[in-house]
Design a protein around this ligand. Structure first.
Ligand SMILES: Cc1cc2nc3c(=O)[nH]c(=O)nc-3n(C[C@H](O)[C@H](O)[C@H](O)COP(=O)(O)OP(=O)(O)OC[C@H]3O[C@@H](n4cnc5c(N)ncnc54)[C@H](O)[C@@H]3O)c2cc1C
Length: 505
């Protein structure tokens, strides 16, 4: 998206007649918020959150996302009011919302953060840019993560990430002069938006909750991070649980990175420092994966490796037939594989699951059930409260073997149960009927399903076309170790990886 030149007001002082509109999207906070800091220089300013029908109607959106957003917006509105900035909440499509707002007050500048989102949000941004051009409104988009727009090469990316994350926070914003005659609007309820109320409570949203979660992790829970992250029994407490806050922007990646590094520097506890270093590298992965969607928006619906097109039914390119029976059994947690079903049920009930178990669920859908990743991915997107398109679609493809460059990782549910739930406590908690006649038999025979999957995928990967394509994919998307050329990694045997994910597609 084109960034429009910054206004004269940015250079200091206020410019008469300039009115700034700060558009909050996935950045629902006041701290380290560059667009908000820019708006301080204007004669008057307003904040805006838009609940867009394109989002509500998108196949990735679930009422739990909307519920969490509303919670975050309520907190944001209060925090902004303390700083003199009313937050308007509108429901409708951009740019129609902008058009009607412009009739109410003549804003001259629009500020927002850059967004790396699904196709509909990109199309909406194009429409907003067009509207701004026609109306003579200056729209400035500012980065908030390590994602680089119009990136030419992945070489040097990690250095740019570090530079951004180590830069000072955006100045604290306060003392706004609100545009006259406009007041903060009521935050709608789920019901008012025509959505069902939620069956289970959500974790608290908002900036304060994000910082409390971070403090609790860095100052206590993190000590056990590396040991606790793999088992679903321990990961709920042992992981940071900051993913939904990062997805909705209630804490900035920069603040989290800097607080983590400060904690590492301050502690004399070597095991804590070791755990936090593992955590810290995952923050970089967050942006590393988002960068892929930024660079290649089609990865949300098309195989990264085009040489695997048509391999599984339902890839949407060659045919769109999906084995609905298998898909439904997987979605409902009744595959007859107790560890898979327990994980799915935990996810559906709580909106969160640890990395290893997410990967196992996808591996099971992709290899055992031979389902293309798109439909399972949409279902998981609705379940994950932390849905972040760039991470999500990259991981869906990685765990399904369609990136062309990663080791095939086929998780055995039985082995995961032995390793991560040896006493069967977790399975009993989520699948109480396991071991009774009410529990279904296995939906597929594991041995033959996995053998068939391996044969097809390894067969394809051996082709000359697949090798050539792998080098091109590695060059475009692969992580770089400084100084090393971007060549495709050696293909290794299949198997479940440690939680470090080894190579990063
Ligand atoms: C199929 C699949 C889909 C996924 N979809 C998402 C998603 O939509 N949103 C999302 O935030 N994460 C996603 N992940 C990555 C990971 O599972 C979650 O980030 C993590 O479980 C969130 O819990 P946490 O914040 O307690 O993680 P922690 O272990 O405490 O990690 C801290 C942060 O680091 C980042 N992070 C951790 N692991 C990864 C990873 N493998 N790749 C990229 N960033 C990572 C996240 O921002 C996370 O919040 C997915 C993983 C898989 C296998």
């Amino acid at each position: 998206m084109e960034s429009v030149a910054l206004p004269a007001a940015r250079t200091g002082g206020t410019v008469n007649g300039t009115v700034a509109l700060v558009w909050f999207k996935r950045d629902l906070r006041v701290r380290d918020h560059a667009p908000l800091a820019e708006a301080m220089h204007f004669e008057s300013a307003l904040g805006l959150v838009v609940i867009e029908p394109q989002w509500l109607d998108s196949p990735e959106c679930d009422p739990r996302h909307v519920g969490f957003l509303l919670d975050c917006v309520t907190a944001l509105q209060r925090d902004l009011a303390q700083r003199g900035l009313p937050l308007l909440v509108r429901t409708g499509a951009m740019p129609q919302v902008l058009q009607s707002l412009r009739r109410e007050f003549r804003f001259t500048h629009l500020f927002s953060h850059e967004e790396t989102g699904p196709g509909w949000s990109y199309q909406r941004d194009l429409a907003v840019a067009d509207w701004c051009r026609h109306q003579g409104v200056n729209w400035t988009e500012l980065p908030q993560t390590g994602v680089v727009r119009r990136l030419r090469s992945r070489t040097g990316w990690a250095g740019r990430w570090a530079q951004r994350m180590n830069a000072p926070e955006a100045p604290a914003a306060s003392g706004f002069r609100a545009a006259t005659g406009l007041e903060a609007s009521a935050v709608p309820t789920l019901r008012e938006l025509g959505l069902p109320t939620l069956g289970a409570p959500l974790p608290p949203g908002g900036e304060r909750a994000a910082w409390a979660t971070m403090d609790g992790f860095l100052n206590g829970r993190a000590r056990d991070y590396r040991r606790a992250m793999s088992s679903p029994l321990t990961a709920t407490e042992g992981c940071s649980r900051l993913s939904a806050h990062l997805a909705f922007g209630t804490i900035s990646m920069r603040c989290l990175h800097q607080a983590t590094e400060a904690r590492i520097a301050a502690t004399t506890d070597h095991s804590l420092a070791h755990a936090l270093r593992g955590f810290s590298s995952r923050l970089r992965w967050h942006c590393h994966f988002m960068q892929k969607l930024e660079d290649e928006p089609a990865i949300e619906w098309r195989n990264v490796a085009r040489t695997v097109d048509g391999l599984r039914p339902g890839d949407g390119v060659h045919d769109s037939s999906v084995d609905t029976e298998r898909l439904q059994a997987w979605c409902e947690g009744r595959t007859g594989y107790p560890m898979v079903d327990a994980c799915m049920r935990q996810l559906r009930a709580t909106g969160w699951l640890n990395f290893r178990m997410r990967a196992m669920l996808v591996s099971f859908a992709a290899y055992h059930l031979w389902l293309h990743w798109r439909e399972p991915g949409l279902f998981l997107a609705r379940q994950f409260l932390d849905f972040e398109p760039g991470i999500h679609w990259s991981q869906m493809q990685m765990q399904s073997g369609t990136t062309g460059i990663n080791t095939l990782r086929i998780y055995s549910p039985a082995k995961q149960a032995r390793d991560q739930d040896p006493l069967g406590v977790y399975v009993r908690q989520w699948v109480p009927e396991f071991g009774t006649a009410a529990y279904p038999g296995p939906i597929v025979d594991e041995r033959s399903a996995v053998a068939a999957a391996k044969e097809r995928l390894y067969g394809l990967r051996k082709t000359r076309d697949a090798h050539a394509e792998a080098d091109a994919i590695q060059h475009k998307h692969g992580s770089r170790k400084s100084g090393l050329p971007a060549t495709a990694p050696k293909r290794r045997r299949a198997g479940a990886a440690p939680d470090g994910q080894g190579q990063l597609f």
